[in-house]
Design a protein around this ligand. Sequence first.
Ligand code: DC
Length: 221
Amino acid sequence: MIPILTLDGPSGVGKGTVASIIAQKLDWHLLDSGAIYRAFAIVARDNDIKIDDIDDLLKLANNFDISFKLNSNHEPLNVYLNNVEVSSELRTEKTAALASQFAKIESLRKVLLVKQRQFKKLPGLVADGRDMGTVVFPDAPFKVFLTAEVEERAKRRLKQLQERGITGNISHTLAEVQKRDERDANRQHSPLRPAKDALVIDTTNLAINEVIAKVMALIKA
Ligand code: DC
């Protein structure tokens, strides 16, 4: 059996940071499923494929080549599309918003789901996203759902963007985060929600080390 930890939650909650630290601690593989949706959005845009060109979108999804490299200080991941690094473009809110729109399409999700399951390998996998515990790895033995108040998430997202040299302001970031959450939580297919058997952790008032400790305790138990 290959052990899997699923980490789901809304945008800006810090799941990417938690996922990469835990993957390093356990020496497990890491799947940043949001990066797959973001990368797909970049390629679709570059190929000028619109959201309702379903046939072309599916053709593209079956053919796009994405690979990840963990960097030494936990995050962000270096992401390559057809061997070209796209990490910084991948992390903008513009790319995230586009990804969230493509993510509503059920047939596209089905193709991308196959790519995501390929990350399941020994000695184990940490998978972060919106539907890791509910749809992609429903049998995972360890499931966590992270939440935090939206204002706190907007603050974290803004800080993260600023650290990457991207400018923004809090009211704009808050509006973007709210809009994306609403779309991700209310879509018909694989919406953002905790799996029935997930441990839900409210991280609003927790430091990153405290969140890590809680997740590690679940795995060790
Ligand atoms: O986790 P993220 O912010 O990188 O995700 C970007 C978008 O991709 C998110 O707003 C919705 C979509 N997504 C998804 O639908 N399912 C996932 N498992 C991960 C991301």
